[in-house]
Design a protein around this ligand. Structure first.
Ligand code: HAM
Length: 434
């Protein structure tokens, strides 16, 4: 979640939070059947129908809409809510998860869509993933609608067509065709639909439908989107894929999902433009777009690639009183290292032999120990390299000490860089020149 926050800040987004419990109708009105079927809802003591939030977007739309007049636009907000969905638990899908939500309000230009996707991709980069690991699949609902109408799908069949396309990769072709025919489509149109969304290069798709005047403005917009993504340095990560329609009802324009490139896992992230939701949930008629990125699939992918940060404890210093009479002196040293040098520090909260303390220090993942002999004298020990250096505490804690290396050069021996000094010295037994 550190990567989520640091990337969101780097792109100028401001963090907000909202209530985890919302009125039930906030979701039944706009989220769509899939999420509504997964709600944790109940009646509260005041007889109100409420639900634990299954997603953040309705809350966001209501909050941003209510304050839209007073806010500088475009509004750039992000949040890391815990969400609850009564799902069938399976790989990548649990009944609660955390989700990074990044949303923009008040901008219709496609540059905003590109900026948004760049945030999601930058999070992948920040975590050490590359375009060989993750691909963004993008589409535009307006383009897909124009193309569907172009091949003969009628307005009232669009809902079924979207539902079929959403599942087309996971469903046998005969089943999809059956559902389309049942909705009143000719078999030839059902076949044309399958061909329309079949995987192929964007240039080819564009050329195949160049004659459809109603799609021209949507292709032009998608061109600009892709050019802007290239300027943002993320073109390698992105491909157009008309099977991406998103299961939620409120999307109106460009939509996208991020997947692992091997296609083994569920979606890592999904989002898009929802230009009518703010008006539907409040008085602010403002365009908006955003995405949600869950922690569950992402953690699986990072584990697969060996990129998950080491969960074992890590500590900069263990401060050890050499004997019981030095406990207060050691406590003081710990507090200076924490406050003045921002080090993570532990010390024993009860009287303990030095041997036992050094074992605890290793178990706690401490790289360095400070063995406090008295208020002035201490030994800084590198627990992994078994090297050590005696220090005068007042000078060391003030950052005024240095050590001499074998070739005679001086290295500052400050509390925030002691480990790198030990690393830099070929001879693990440090000379002590004060
Ligand atoms: P969503 O596609 O429902 O979109 O969820 C976004 C991401 O959250 C998914 O790609 C997945 O990584 C994660 N996720 C969803 N459900 C679960 C689950 N049960 N267990 C684990 N992870 C899950 C939305 O929620 C939209 N509100 C996103 C959005 C924000 N659109 C605009 N702004």
């Amino acid at each position: 979640m550190g990567a989520w926050r640091s990337v969101a800040h780097r792109f100028g987004f401001v963090e907000y939070d909202g209530p985890p419990l919302e009125p039930l109708d906030l979701y039944t009105r706009k989220s769509g059947a899939e999420i509504v079927g997964q709600l944790y809802n109940f009646e509260d003591k005041g007889g109100r129908e409420v639900a634990l939030r299954p997603e953040m977007t309705p809350t966001f739309a209501r909050m941003a809409g209510a304050r839209a007049n007073a806010l500088r636009k475009p509004v750039r907000w992000f949040s890391v809510p815990q969400l609850f969905r009564y799902e069938r638990q399976q790989r990548g899908r649990l009944r609660e998860h955390f989700q990074l939500n990044v949303d923009i309000v008040g901008e219709t230009d496609v540059a905003a869509d590109a900026e948004l996707l760049a945030v999601a991709i930058e999070v992948m980069r920040e975590l050490g993933l590359s375009s060989d690991d993750v691909q963004a699949r993008v589409s535009d609902r307006r383009l897909l609608t124009a193309l569907l109408i172009g091949i003969g799908v009628t307005e009232d069949q669009l809902g079924v067509a979207y539902a079929v396309i959403d599942k087309i990769e996971r469903e046998p072709r005969e089943v999809s065709t059956g559902r389309l025919v049942e909705a009143g489509m000719d078999r030839a149109i059902a076949d044309a639909l399958h061909e329309l969304v079949a995987p192929r290069a964007y240039a080819e798709l564009r050329a195949a439908h160049a004659h459809r005047a109603a799609a021209a403005e949507h292709f032009a917009r998608l061109d600009r989107y892709l050019e802007t993504l290239a300027a943002l340095g993320v073109a390698d990560w992105v491909r157009v894929d008309l099977t991406i329609v998103r299961g939620l009802d409120y999307y109106t324009g460009i939509v996208f999902e991020l997947f692992d490139a091997k296609g083994e896992l569920r979606a890592i992230c999904g989002g898009g433009r929802y230009d009518t939701l703010l008006a539907a949930l409040g008085d602010a008629d403002l365009p908006a777009l955003g995405f949600g990125m869950g922690d569950v699939v992402l953690t699986e992918l990072l584990r697969d690639r060996g990129l998950l940060p080491d969960p074992s404890p890590s500590l900069d210093y263990w401060v050890a009183p050499a004997d019981d009479s030095q406990r207060l002196a050691a406590t003081h040293v710990a507090s200076v290292l924490r406050r003045e040098w921002s080090r993570s520090v532990e010390y024993p909260l009860r009287a303990q032999s030095l041997g036992k303390q050094l074992k605890s220090a290793t178990a706690a993942g401490a790289r360095l120990a400070v063995i406090v002999h008295d208020a002035v004298h201490a030994t800084v020990r590198d627990l992994t390299r078994r090297a050590q250096c005696d220090v005068e505490l007042p000078r060391w804690l003030a950052g005024e000490m240095s050590v001499t290396t074998a070739d005679g050069s001086e290295l500052p021996f400050r509390p925030d860089a002691a480990d790198s000094v030990f690393d830099a010295l070929p001879d693990p037994s440090l000379p002590d020149n004060g």
